[in-house]
Ligand binder design. Structure first.
Ligand code: CUA
Length: 187
């Protein structure tokens, strides 16, 4: 096969075009890296878009986290709001009761130090920071019982700090909710 020799002006011209494309490819990669770094730094340093605060010293005196308001509440739209408190070294309520196939919102806070709120076998995982309300949406498709161990070291009694969550049939829950304003499975 004969070597293809391009006429004099084309060789350098193609080289220039290739160089330009190569430079462009490098620029694109650099732009992606810069965007990734900027987005990461922004996310790590900016506060959450929505922060709800609560005074941990007066939780028991009134407001959303007063003891009589803790547990599961059925909202007018049929969804369920679960309110709970973590304190050294227990959760209130100790046993949370929720229905299956229902949109649920957990609203949890701490009365003293930082605690962890996790429901085993699910992606529900919150940090309870005194002064702030931690909130997460959830939905359970299967009935059963799960554990909620505190997963932030909170003092000498940390290992003993855990609760339970009982997921029951939607209809059974509705029946119980008809007779009580707030539900839990604490005996
Ligand atoms: Cu609460 Cu560890």
């Amino acid at each position: 096969m004969k070597n293809v020799v391009l006429p004099a002006p084309f060789g350098p011209m193609i080289e220039t075009i290739e160089r330009r494309w190569a430079s462009l490819a490098i620029v694109i990669v650099v732009v992606f890296v810069v965007v990734a770094i900027a987005a990461g730094l922004h996310q790590a340093t900016m506060p959450q878009s929505r922060v709800e605060t609560v005074d941990p010293r007066t939780l028991h005196l009134g407001g959303e986290f007063i003891e009589s308001n803790l547990g599961s509440a059925v909202e007018p739209d049929g969804s369920v709001t679960v309110r709970a408190i973590g304190q050294q070294y227990s959760f209130t309520p100790q046993c949370i009761l929720v229905p299956t196939d229902t949109p649920i919102t957990f609203r949890v806070t701490s009365a003293d130090v930082v605690h962890g709120f996790i429901i085993t076998g699910t992606a529900i995982n919150l940090m309870l920071v005194p002064g702030y309300i931690s909130s997460i949406p959830a939905r359970f498709s299967t009935q059963g019982e799960r554990h909620m161990p505190c997963h932030e070291f909170c003092g000498m009694g940390h290992e003993g700090m855990w609760g339970r969550i009982k997921i029951i049939d939607k209809a059974a829950f509705a029946q119980m909710a008809a007779n009580a304003k707030r539900l839990s499975c604490v005996q």
